[in-house]
Design a protein around this ligand. Structure first.
Ligand SMILES: C[S@@+](CC[C@H](N)C(=O)[O-])C[C@H]1O[C@@H](n2cnc3c(N)ncnc32)[C@H](O)[C@@H]1O
Length: 349
């Protein structure tokens, strides 16, 4: 099992995130009020940290704003003023982000005065969170597989469910030396970077169509010290004739008309990271069909997909010529990842 605890995401719309009556968020999140990562490592990142991550500037602080906006002259007053607008844990995360104080310091130093700038920034973040913006975007960071990844609104917020894909990939590659790994649709780079760090002997290539996302992924790789070759393009287009031991992908898999796209965190995430045709399978279809020619004989493909897509994905994999087709359940018991192997004698032609 993953030794690193996955931190929950936040701000899911009603009915999203976990098995429930109406279904499960395809790119899942947990119920509102659950805390995101408590660290604030995002502050160390180049270029994509402040203005771009924050998305919007903090309001200009007019005279006396530290005490006038909601009486937030001190840490304690700021947290008290946030009561009723946000869950306490979220308010602490935002204030910790603004002040650089840890959770313990926020509790112990309630009398610590806020500067005008801190008070203004905190109030701005409070308002944005109250309007539904995901905590991860406000903090500019989300933890994945025990490591802090910078995130901006250009990338999907990494989900704890996706750690299952990492576990399966590592297991599959356990007996392969210096494996070649391809991550399709790398987004913030969580899969490529994590696999490169967990398997330093691997050669990891990551493809992404969005230049903005690619920039975030490259910054994450650089800051976390991962050797990943990033390349821009449409799925396998930039890959040429190279063959891999393992291809992993968490592609868009939400149906274009799915009501979830208008709810919770998904409202703020890039549509190109989420939606894939009428049934959500458009990209998975393309990847499954094209993957064999990019795998060595015996190589594997692992795909994350929506809560109700496992059977359809298994059918697509079998139709593409794969064997040992299977699906695996996430911690919520949902078939979340499907995968298969290329037959040993398969030339992939
Ligand atoms: C669901 S997000 C996954 C991001 C990241 N791998 C993760 O697990 O958090 C899908 C990613 O695929 C990218 N993408 C969508 N269509 C693509 C295409 N045709 N070629 C390459 N990347 C694509 C999106 O920009 C997005 O970053």
């Amino acid at each position: 099992m993953n030794p690193h605890a996955a931190l929950p995401s936040e701000g899911a719309a009603p009915g999203l995130g976990r098995p429930c009556a109406g279904g499960v968020n395809p790119h899942a999140a947990l119920p509102p009020g659950e805390a995101a990562t408590g660290s604030s490592v995002g502050a160390g990142l180049p270029a994509i940290t402040s203005a771009e991550i924050a998305g919007k500037p903090a309001p200009t602080c007019v005279a006396g704003c530290a005490s006038s906006s909601f009486g937030a002259a001190t840490v304690g007053a700021a947290l008290a003023g946030a009561r009723g607008r946000l869950p306490a844990a979220e308010a602490r995360l935002l204030l910790g982000h603004v002040t650089g104080l840890s959770h313990a310091q926020l509790v112990a130093r309630a009398e610590r005065a806020l500067t005008d700038d801190e008070a203004g920034r905190f109030e701005s973040l409070l308002a944005r969170r109250a309007a539904g913006e995901p905590v991860a975007y406000l903090l500019g960071e989300r933890e994945f597989y025990g490591r802090p990844f910078a995130v901006t609104p250009a990338v999907l917020i990494p989900r704890p469910e996706t750690e299952l894909l990492v576990e399966l990939a590592l297991e599959r590659l356990r007996d392969r030396e210096a494996p070649r790994i391809l991550d399709l649709g790398t987004g913030s780079g969580v899969l490529a970077v994590t696999l490169a760090l967990e398997r330093p002997d691997a050669q990891v290539v990551a493809v992404e169509r969005s230049p903005e996302a690619l920039r975030v992924a490259a910054a994450n790789a650089s800051r976390l010290g991962a050797a990943v070759e990033f390349t821009a393009g449409d799925w396998f287009a930039p890959i040429g004739t190279v063959r891999f031991d393992l291809i992993v992908a968490n592609p868009p898999y939400v149906g274009e008309a799915d009501a979830h796209l208008g709810q919770g965190d998904l409202r703020f995430e890039p549509r190109h990271a989420l939606a894939a045709g009428p049934d959500g399978l458009a990209d998975i279809r393309r990847i499954a069909a094209a993957a064999p020619v990019h795998l060595v004989p015996g190589g594997g493909l692992l795909l994350e997909h929506g809560y109700d897509q496992a059977a359809a994905v298994r059918t697509l994999l079998a139709a593409a010529g794969f064997k040992a087709v299977a699906s695996w359940r996430d911690l919520a018991g949902i078939e979340r990842v499907s995968g298969a192997s290329l037959p040993a004698g398969h030339g992939g032609a």
